[in-house]
Design a protein around this ligand. Sequence first.
Ligand code: ATP
Ligand code: MG
Length: 250
Amino acid sequence: MQPPKSHPRYESLMKREKILEGIKEGIVAEAGLIAHGRGEAFDYLLGEKTIPEADLAEKIAAYHLILAEYPVISVNGNTTVLVPDDIVKLSELLNAKIEINLFYRSEERMRKIADILRKHGAKRVLGEKPDSKIPGLEHSRALCTNEGTIKADVILIPLEDGDRAMALKNMGKTIIAIDLNPLSRTSKASDVTIVDDVVRALPRITHHIKSVKEEKTSKKVIKKEIAAFDNTKNLSKILERMQTEAISRF
Ligand code: ATP
Ligand code: MG
């Protein structure tokens, strides 16, 4: 059911609708509903907007992706139902591979997710035919492809599980997470953590990549800003902002 546009939390309700629809269609796992609810709670504390610390992380993420030799975007059911167009646009802009990675893997769900992404213009979607494994994870969660996860130097992981994020980090990859929970293991294990809703984060990363191209920002400047970024410091600022933002509305 579509909420009325005048509803003060229209955007949030629309996201719920998409997730629920995804469950009905067998694209989102039931646990994806719980993950979404947890994300919503943190987003509520942040005022359901992109905070300055998230924007900084989005810019640094864009910088890493621009410098990457082999960027990969990892997607799951939630991300696919929420932002299929943005995933495809970003992958085209970066010439990045898209790979499906599911916490609750089923061949049917893999196919349905790949079909949606293809319907939204993705020429190639990896993950349905895994030919490798991430070391240190149990079988179905470890499955990945040589052409995607294994070859990647920089991986964008929206809504990823902590075990997999840590295993990817142990493989020496640069990890960019999109996770509304600044306290999750994923958030703490990542090189860059974007504490923002994936619906706002992906277009903002794309915006920052375009700005670099338009403004012809030099590689030297990009590298300097990456070196100056401290993810742990940024996460602790976010925790403070959650408190002040929530108290200001009390
Ligand atoms: P971890 O395994 O990293 O310790 P977790 O087990 O608590 O975290 P998971 O269910 O593995 O959480 O991952 C889901 C994460 O995705 C949650 O932290 C949640 O806040 C976040 N999340 C859910 N929906 C969104 C969204 N739309 N945008 C950004 N983040 C989201
Ligand atoms: Mg988890």
